[in-house]
Write a new protein. Structure first.
Length: 75
């Protein structure tokens, strides 16, 4: 095997590794966003049914509102 073939093989391997890491990072990001939305839906449901007020946890509505606010400003 000559040097050029080895270098090409290493570059292709590095690119494949980078693509796999990027795919895993993207998947992790999508999972975290899905968890965020599920929690937000649960908080809104508990807010409108009155459970958060009974439990003294109304502040959760403000926390989720504050985390959404920068995205609203950006759009």
């Amino acid at each position: 095997m000559n040097v050029e073939r080895v270098d090409t093989f290493l570059v292709k391997n590095d690119i494949n590794t980078l693509v796999q890491k990027t795919e895993h990072s993207f998947l992790l990001l999508m999972i975290l966003i899905a968890i965020y939305y599920l929690l937000a839906i649960a908080v809104l449901t508990l807010h409108f049914t009155g459970h958060l007020e009974r439990w003294g946890m109304e502040w959760l509505v403000f926390v989720f509102a504050a985390t959404v606010f920068p995205a609203v400003l950006y759009l």
